[in-house]
Write a protein that binds this ligand. Structure first.
Ligand code: NOJ
Length: 739
């Protein structure tokens, strides 16, 4: 049996190699026939007629250019009908090279999943892989070949609106998620249910100064390698077909023209064989950066550095040929970029059948099919974070007679979809489940639900308060749904003020005076600040933007059909003044112990601690951690230690717990964080059940980048912490790495 599996694997890899070889041969044969204009055409990507996802640019006659073979790829063309129309134009070109259709399929296509930051709160890698797989299936069924996702930028700054697109602040968690998402999108690349992933934004975009989008990044190479690059490497290890460079400059060099990042690291050290697409207009933007004097220099810089495809800046289109003629750009450099792109078109099978992804029946069948809807509901429920449940108001009884469902988010549909939902023009939104619909379906006719909007999300008017108080007075329980609108966290949505907008917190105060039990739902794309609510209201649920099944998922959690298990993937600050704030910081020479402020590294007007820490989230049950055991207390770097721990469900309902393993390297040749996530397991326990779980400590978990940028582990003592969050460590021990 084993032998036949080995033989089959051998056959498959020989087959894959042979196939690759033929693709390379086909690419070589094709490129020999191409004129320089046609080659540059392959490097050129234009936006189509759907909503633009960047500043509007005036493109020349796209249709005519496609027929001349001057465009290699389009974005923002959606649906089998339109992608077919464009592909038909490409088939009229001399060499009939098919177009690639790219799209920001960031958290679902028609079926919308929670925004990525929310999904990260599930810590459920299988669920995230599944959501990417379903997104890919739907997008591919709709003519798309390539998604501009996953976004794997680590960010420690909730002022940056794009935190909603990533996996939060932690490198370990972010790397695991990056891997899972790429696997999901590319499940079976070349098949009609998969799309190419595009890992973005390379690199360090999440560290934009002041959290202001597109801003500069200045960081040490050590920080870059230790904190910001690992998720990109993980995505590459998962087989990511493409990368996108970022808008920012990194230490003075725009990422688009950054040879160190693209040529030395990505295509050199990491041996990336796919292609790099620029971000929207980012090649031309190097002029505004003040890095090059004009578009011609921008094209020279970008192609030399390793940006293969030009998204929307027309810079290659109008400058590259001249640069080749003047011998400033060797034709081999252009050829390399073209080959990388052609190879992907062959691998996708587009030369065999350019309309492979244009099947309207499949499109009809796959978009938002019941299986996808079911998965979206489950994943949305897993992404919800229970922040407070002090008086056990939750879960609500299904036998309640009257509920007052109040707030500007109760009946909203668009907000549930969040930023970066695909803008499907011809589709009505009735399939998006509002919170009102979700709760109504859940309680049926048994419970009367009263509605009042109370106030707008951002409006300053308190006119609706009276009606809200009126319905509240008639109910046994109040559910209040507040937050920020869908378009307030996302690209170009940086904010200096993260407080709950408008008069929403004043509405909370008014309703609190009724003395009735109140469940607060906070809908947002990033960590918001809501100190009064957090300090005074006993029941708070963070619901993010959960996608098309938001209403059902929220109702599942509110009424206990799903026991919440989400844990924050980002630190929630008390105040904007604490930002950047992250759990895995250094100790400093003067750490503030117990918020001591006298000559300590502290704020005199604020505690150092966050409002809600990384890894935090409650359940309707409780978990007891015990019996921490290490297989040994000393290890050499070619050895491992097995860590085991017992987790018991001590409450009265079934639940899931994310058991988190943290380490601290006590002394290093460069200082090490006071605590670092190094592993986790999400487990399900029935009421009263105990499970023993095991982790393995190996050398990789102990390694870090030293000042010479070598990945090393250094002998010495390590603290080991097992916890339910980064600030709720239940068990501790230590071990030694020896020579
Ligand atoms: C700009 C964004 O930065 C990028 O993430 C996105 O993929 C492109 N626009 C295309 O929409």
């Amino acid at each position: 049996m084993k032998k036949s599996i080995t033989l089959a694997l051998l056959f498959l890899s020989v087959f894959a190699f042979a196939q690759q070889k033929t693709i390379d041969e086909k690419v070589e044969a094709l490129i020999k026939q191409m004129t320089i204009e046609e080659k540059i055409g392959q490097l050129n990507q234009y936006t189509g007629d759907n909503a633009a996802t960047g500043p509007i640019t005036i493109n020349p006659n796209k249709q005519a250019e496609i027929k001349k073979g001057l465009i290699g790829s389009m974005l923002n063309v959606l649906g089998t009908k339109y992608t077919r129309q464009y592909q038909e134009l490409a088939m009229q070109s001399r060499l009939k090279i098919p177009l690639l259709f790219g799209q920001d399929v960031v958290h679902g296509y028609k079926t919308t999943f929670p925004i990525p930051l929310a999904e990260a709160a599930s810590w459920d890698l299988e669920a995230m892989e599944l959501s990417a797989r379903i997104s890919a299936t739907e997008a591919a069924a709709s003519g798309i070949h390539w998604t501009f996702a996953p976004m794997v930028d680590i960010s420690r700054d909730p002022r940056w609106g794009r935190v909603m697109e990533g996996a939060g602040e932690d490198t370990y968690l972010g790397s695991k998620i990056a891997y899972a998402r790429v696997k999901g999108f590319q499940v079976n690349l070349g098949d009609v249910n998969s799309v190419m992933a595009c890992v973005k934004h390379f690199a360090a975009y999440g560290a934009a100064v002041g959290g202001r989008d597109y801003n500069s990044v200045d960081m040490s190479n050590r920080m870059l390698w230790e904190t910001y690059l690992p998720p990109f490497k993980a995505a590459l290890d998962a087989g990511a077909a493409t990368f996108m460079n970022s808008f920012n400059d990194l230490n003075g060099i725009p990422a688009t023209g950054n040879s160190y990042l693209l040529r030395d690291v990505l295509k050199g050290k990491w041996n990336f064989q796919g292609f790099v697409v620029s971000d929207w207009g980012s090649i031309g933007e190097m002029v505004s950066h003040g890095y090059v004097k004009d578009n011609k220099e921008a094209a020279l810089s970008a192609i030399t550095a390793g940006s293969d495809m030009d998204m929307e800046s027309n810079t290659y289109r109008y400058n590259l040929e001249k640069l080749v003629e003047e011998n400033k750009v060797p034709i081999a450099l252009v050829d390399d970029a073209v080959k990388r792109i052609l190879r992907k078109k062959f691998e996708l099978g587009l030369f065999d059948d350019p309309y492979k992804f244009c099947n309207p029946e499949r499109e009809q069948r796959e978009l938002n099919n019941p299986e996808h809807t079911k998965a979206a509901r489950e994943i949305a429920a897993k992404s919800i974070v229970l922040l407070k449940n002090e008086r056990d108001v939750l879960p609500l009884s299904k036998g309640l007679k009257t509920i007052a469902f109040i707030g500007p988010m109760v009946k909203s549909k668009r907000d549930n979809h969040g930023f970066w939902a695909v803008d499907l023009k011809d589709i009505d939104s009735s399939y998006i489940v509002s919170q009102w619909e979700g709760v109504e379906r859940k309680v049926g006719k048994r419970t009367k639900i009263l509605y009042a909007k109370g106030c707008g999300v951002e409006s300053k008017s308190k006119e609706g308060f009276a009606e809200a108080l009126n319905v509240a007075s008639q109910a046994e329980v109040i559910i209040l749904s507040i937050g920020e609108n869908w378009n307030k966290s996302g690209e170009a949505k940086s904010k200096s003020n993260l407080q709950l907008p408008g008069v929403q917190e004043e509405l909370v105060k008014e309703l609190q005076k009724t003395g009735k039990p109140i469940v607060i739902l906070i809908n947002a794309g990033r960590p918001l600040i809501f100190n009064w609510t957090a300090d005074n209201m006993p029941t708070i649920v963070y619901t993010w933007w959960l996608g098309s099944e938001a209403g059902n998922a929220i109702a599942d959690v509110l009424f206990g059909d799903y026991n919440p298990s989400g844990k924050l993937p980002m630190t929630f600050p008390r105040d904007e003044g604490q930002i950047p704030i992250y759990y895995n910081h250094f100790n400093t020479g003067r750490p503030s112990i117990n918020e001591d402020k006298i000559y300590k590294s502290a704020y005199i007007d604020l505690p150092n601690s966050p409002k809600f820490p990384f890894g935090y989230g409650l359940s309707y049950t409780t978990f007891e951690y015990s019996n921490l055991k290490l297989s040994k207390k000393e290890m050499k770097n070619n050895e491992t230690i097995t860590v085991s721990v017992n987790i018991k469900n001590t409450g009265s309902v079934k639940g899931e717990e994310v058991v988190q393993l943290y380490l601290r390297d006590k002394v290093g040749s460069v200082v090490r964080p006071i605590i670092e996530l190094k592993d986790f397991q999400k487990i399900t326990l029935n009421r009263g059940e105990t499970k023993t779980i095991e982790f393995t400590i190996d050398n990789q978990k102990l390694s870090f980048y030293n000042n010479a940028l070598e990945l090393v582990s250094e002998p010495g003592e390590f603290d080991l912490m097992i916890g339910s969050s980064s600030a709720d460590i239940r068990l501790r021990d230590s071990f030694e790495l020896v020579n």
